[in-house]
Design a binder for this molecule. Sequence first.
Ligand code: NAI
Length: 298
Amino acid sequence: MGILLLGKDGQLGWELQRALAPLAPLVACGRGECDLSDPAALRVLVAAARPAVIVNAAAYTAVDKAESDAATAHAINAEAPRVLAECAAASGALLIHYSTDYVYDGKKSAPYVETDAVAPQSVYGRSKLAGEEGIRASGARSLVFRTSWVFGEHGGNFVRTVLRLARERDSLSVVDDQVGSPTPAALIADVTAAALLRLDLGRRLGDGESRLYHLAAANPLSWCGFARRIVELAGGRAGGLRFDAQAIRAIPSAEYPTPARRPANSRLDCSKLAADFDLHLPDWQPYLQRMLAQIVAR
Ligand SMILES: NC(=O)C1=CN([C@@H]2O[C@H](COP(=O)(O)OP(=O)(O)OC[C@H]3O[C@@H](n4cnc5c(N)ncnc54)[C@H](O)[C@@H]3O)[C@@H](O)[C@H]2O)C=CC1
């Protein structure tokens, strides 16, 4: 009756393996152990593990690819969470799940709060919203964390892409009209563990209680601002890259068309999370510094 973690090899899953391990016996599964596009396999897995808590960090996260692969995105981001929630409702387990800033259209000028209207602009955003809705409708006890711009040491992300391009190219242009908070996978994992402890692994939630929280680091900025900070903290030309931070050109999204539309404003107000769990959401920059130090050390 411990914790069942799905998606153990993703950015977040990797950090959750570390953060959840001290809380209860942990069964961690990757795609090899269980494919989320197979609902029957999911049901068998949950029945065999009989967890008190199911943590789903697996997702279809290829935002642009999803535009031409909606069925797969829907199966993994909408159907699988619904099946997991049904299993949780039937057994009394708590389900923890992660969603995205892409459920919003990004037209609000202030940071989004959980009660704001949703209006996803992409297949990915719609599939993730459908996942949330399936969980809420299931009657399971659940926590859903909407997060943004995830980066971590394990897996592909914007930090790694910028570092690679800064070694390969002489210049870089990055969109400057989409604003959000880079959020370390380690922070999401640690907040998940803290919330689980405060809720006594879910025993303090009422039957069928379903809670939604924003979970993002402090200090939002644009993608261009983020790219500049990555290059700056990596040392720029002095650090072996081919250009310095100031050389990164700021461009509007119109100059960088992508298959999926992304919100201009991805800022998430996390005060509900901070108040309910007595937590502080820190700046993402020390996490980035730590990640860069570990990459250099390798
Ligand atoms: N990466 C980002 O910038 C953001 C991520 N999120 C959400 O945060 C959560 C964690 O994301 P990341 O760790 O960044 O994602 P990731 O892409 O690093 O990891 C996702 C994991 O899901 C697994 N997976 C994919 N299809 C599967 C299948 N059919 N069966 C089993 N496993 C499968 C992958 O193998 C991978 O290990 C997800 O729910 C994602 O939607 C929310 C906002 C932004």
